[in-house]
Write a protein that binds this ligand. Structure first.
Ligand SMILES: *Cc1c(COP(=O)(O)O)cnc(C)c1O
Length: 352
C-alpha cells in the first residue's frame, strides 16, 4: 500500500534527500568514510556547514549583518535561549500567545525578565490571530510564532513594529518567499520543513546581541557560537548534513517561489474540500489558515473514530489532531506531494 505521510514533525522529507543521506552513511562524498565517522573540524564537514549557511542566506536574501547558526536543544531551547541572550530587568518581552508553542515561549521568558502577553487568542481556542498589537513602552522585542503547528493558524503578513522582531518559524520555514529581513532573530527546529530532528537553525542579526548584563554560559551564548562558526562543540553532524541536502533540494526545485506555488495549491485543494463538504468543518478564520498544518473537525464528532480508521486503512499517516485539540490535522510540508493531498481529499469525499 502506498503511504501518505502527513506527520506534523518529524515529517516527510524528499526521497532524493533520503537517498543521498543513506548513501553518505556508507561513503560521504567519495571520501571512503561515513558522514557519521568524520571529524566535525575536518574541511569536509566545515564545507557542509559553510554551504548550508550560504544557502540559507541566499534563500532568505539576507546579508552579512546576519549570522546563521546550527544549534541543539530544539526550538524548545530557543524559548529560553532567546530571553537569556536578549532580555533583562531593564526591558520587557512582548510575546504573542497563540497556542501551545507561544505559550511555552511566554513561560520560559518569564524566567529572565518581565513579559507582556500582547496577544492571547485562547478566548476562541486559538482559531484566529489578533494582528492589532499594542506594545507597551520599554518593550525589548516582540516574539511571534509564525505558524501555529498545533492550532493551524499562520501569520500571512508580519506585524510592523519598531522593536526587534523574533520569529519561531519551526513549522513554516522556507514554505514561501517571505520578509525574512523584518526579523532580527528567526529560529526553526529542522524536523518539520528543513531536515531531520537534532538541529535547530538560528538566524540572528548581530547588532541585537551583547546588550544584557547577565553572564551567559558559553554553550547558550549566541555570540560564542558566532565566534566559533557553529563549531563551538561537536555539532549534530548528520542532522546538519540532512538540512544541507534539503536546502539544496529547495533551490534545485525552483526555490521559495516554487515552494509557495506548490504549498498554496495543496492548501487550496484541501481547504476547499473541507469547506464544500458539510461532514467536515474548519473553525480557523479563513484569513489566518495555515498552508502547512490544516486543523479541522468532523461535524458529527461521533464519526471521528471511523474517519480515522478509514485513514489508517488507506495509508494516511499522522492525521490525528494534537492531543489537546482533537479532530484532524493534516500537515503539508514542502516535501509532501500534491498526489498525497489529492488522495486524502478523495478519501474525504468518499467518506462524506
Ligand atoms: C515543533 C515546534 C516546537 C518544538 O520543537 P522541538 O524541536 O521539539 O523543541 C516549537 N515551536 C513550533 C512552532 C513547533 O512547531
Amino acid at each position: 500500500m502506498q503511504l501518505h505521510n502527513f506527520n506534523s514533525g518529524p515529517a516527510i522529507l524528499p526521497k532524493e534527500v533520503l537517498d543521498e543521506a543513506s548513501a553518505s552513511i556508507h561513503n560521504f562524498n567519495n571520501t571512503g568514510l561515513s558522514i557519521l565517522e568524520i571529524g566535525h573540524r575536518t574541511s569536509w564537514f566545515v564545507e557542509v556547514v559553510e554551504e548550508a549557511k550560504a544557502t540559507v542566506k541566499r534563500l532568505m536574501d539576507i546579508g552579512d549583518d546576519y549570522e546563521v547558526l546550527f544549534l541543539q536543544g530544539g526550538a524548545t531551547m530557543q524559548f529560553m535561549q532567546v530571553p537569556m541572550n536578549l532580555l533583562d530587568e531593564n526591558g520587557s518581552a512582548a510575546i504573542c500567545d497563540n497556542g501551545v508553542w507561544g505559550n511555552k515561549a511566554v513561560k520560559e521568558a518569564k524566567l529572565f525578565g518581565p513579559v507582556t502577553v500582547v496577544s492571547d487568542t485562547s478566548d476562541k481556542k486559538h482559531t484566529y490571530l489578533n494582528k492589532q498589537l499594542e506594545l507597551p513602552a520599554g518593550t525589548t522585542y516582540l516574539h511571534i510564532t509564525t505558524n501555529n503547528t498545533v492550532e493551524g493558524t499562520q501569520w500571512h503578513q508580519y506585524p510592523q513594529v519598531n522593536v526587534p522582531l523574533i520569529g519561531d518559524m519551526s513549522s513554516d520555514i522556507f514554505c514561501r518567499p517571505t520578509e525574512f529581513k523584518k526579523f532580527d532573530l528567526i529560529y526553526a527546529g529542522a524536523q518539520k520543513n528543513m531536515g531531520a530532528a537534532g538541529v535547530t537553525m538560528v538566524v540572528v542579526k548581530k547588532s541585537i546581541l551583547g546588550k544584557v548584563s547577565r553572564k551567559i554560559p558559553a554553550i547558550l551564548d549566541y555570540q560564542k557560537h558566532i565566534e566559533a562558526g557553529s563549531l563551538l562543540n561537536t555539532p549534530p553532524v548528520f542532522s546538519i548534513y540532512v538540512s544541507l541536502l534539503t536546502l539544496r533540494w529547495i533551490e534545485k526545485e525552483g526555490g521559495l517561489a516554487e515552494m509557495e506555488k506548490r504549498n498554496n495549491a495543496k492548501a487550496t485543494l484541501l481547504y476547499n474540500t473541507i469547506d464544500s463538504h458539510p461532514a467536515f468543518y474548519c473553525p480557523i478564520a479563513k484569513e489566518d489558515r495555515s498552508i502547512m498544518n490544516a486543523v479541522f473537525f468532523l461535524t458529527d464528532p461521533e464519526k471521528e473514530a471511523s474517519f480515522l480508521d478509514l485513514c489508517k486503512k488507506q495509508g494516511m499517516i499522522g492525521v490525528k489532531g494534537y492531543r489537546t485539540v482533537g479532530g484532524i490535522r493534516v500537515s503539508m510540508y514542502n516535501a509532501l506531494p500534491m498526489s498525497s493531498v489529492q488522495a486524502f481529499c478523495k478519501l474525504m469525499e468518499d467518506f462524506s
